[in-house]
Design a protein around this ligand. Structure first.
Ligand SMILES: Cc1cc2nc3c(=O)[nH]c(=O)nc-3n(C[C@H](O)[C@H](O)[C@H](O)COP(=O)(O)OP(=O)(O)OC[C@H]3O[C@@H](n4cnc5c(N)ncnc54)[C@H](O)[C@@H]3O)c2cc1C
Length: 309
């Protein structure tokens, strides 16, 4: 089994940017693309906030270009998911994709985080990126003078709703209970905003529309009455799930299950580094993930140099 200088787990903006830097440093990185090659942006349409594209760029196109750029400098990509790791020997890190075993001197974890969905029986994949989304910062501007809904009752849901009032003509907050989980000052801001209407005790049971989302069916959790709400966008704000379980025996996780880092990209294992949304629950943007990918690759370079020195 060939021992790699660096293995990168994940092929979103963080993993592929790390690959570009590592490949240009002649480290011949091996990237595991996982079950979502290209990462979260593959499910989106226009990206208008990634620098360098004044007319915007489609998410899948941006990711294909990042992948080509990484491959051009010598990155090897494999469409496999890492299912197990053993990082107990810091100088000989072992990884498995099913029965296939790999080893490396260093690893960059860039496995991202997935937005939690409603878990409806049908419809969520059909409308994902077509009105059904999970990022107000990313997609809010597409809903200028439109009606949108935000699902959730925590601080993030309130923040997303407040942000969306900059664009939307009306913002419904769809809340499962009869109260918010959000902090009192945040609640006050929501109640004072004339564009926001809170729908208490409601859950979304169905998404409707031709190609684009145009309405949702809601069930009242007290009366069990079902009603239809017309809207153009539905923003999920019930949290994210970081893809970090397989690492938990070896590196520290925060209480919210994101990877714990020190000094930007470092874990408690000197040869294991972290990049992107799997450790960043605050910014969650393609450009920040790419930036972390760059930093992780530069830190890997320094670490490998230190072994030789
Ligand atoms: C609907 C939507 C719209 C968005 N729009 C924008 C936008 O307009 N602008 C913007 O800046 N950001 C946007 N974002 C946010 C942006 O997509 C993320 O911040 C960014 O993709 C995070 O990059 P990442 O590389 O850290 O993780 P991800 O993109 O989540 O990639 C994670 C990668 O890890 C892989 N992986 C996971 N587990 C394993 C494993 N065990 N083995 C191997 N591989 C694994 C996955 O297959 C995937 O390739 C949007 C997000 C969503 C959901």
């Amino acid at each position: 089994m060939e021992k790699r200088k660096v293995i990168i787990i994940g092929s979103g903006p963080a993993g592929l940017t790390a690959a570009i830097y590592a490949a240009r440093a002649d480290l011949k990185p091996l990237v595991f693309e996982g079950s979502e090659p290209g990462g979260q942006l593959m499910g989106t349409t226009d990206i208008e906030n990634f620098p360098g594209f004044p007319d915007g760029i489609m998410g899948p196109k941006l990711m294909q270009d990042m992948r080509s750029q990484a491959q051009k400098f010598g990155t090897e990509t494999v469409m496999k998911k890492i299912t197990k790791v053993d990082f107990s020997d810091h100088e000989n890190l072992n990884l498995w994709a099913g029965d296939d075993e790999y080893s490396a001197e260093s690893v960059i974890i860039a496995t991202g985080a997935s937005a939690k969905w409603l878990k409806l029986e049908k419809g969520e994949e059909k409308y994902w990126g077509k009105g059904y989304t999970a990022c107000a910062t990313c997609d809010g501007a597409f809903f200028r003078n439109r009606i949108v809904g935000v699902v959730g009752g925590g601080d993030s849901a309130c923040e997303e709703a407040m942000f969306l009032t900059r664009f939307a003509s009306k913002v419904y907050m769809i809340v499962r209970r009869d109260e918010f989980r959000a902090s009192k000052p945040m609640q006050k801001r929501v109640f004072e905003n004339e564009k926001i209407e809170v729908l208490w005790n409601k859950s979304v049971v169905e998404l409707n529309g031709e190609t684009l989302l145009s309405s949702v069916d809601l069930i009242d959790r007290v009366t069990e009455e079902v009603s239809n709400l017309e809207l153009n966008g539905l923003f999920m704000a019930i949290g994210h799930h970081p893809n970090t379980e397989i690492f938990s025996d070896f590196v520290d996780l925060e209480p919210n299950k994101y990877l714990s880092v020190s000094d930007n990209t470092k874990t408690k294992i000197p040869s294991v580094f972290v990049a992107g949304d799997c450790s960043d629950w605050r910014y969650r943007q393609a450009i920040t993930a790419a930036g972390y990918g760059c930093m992780a690759a530069l830190d890997v370079e320094k670490y490998l140099d230190s072994l030789e020195g």
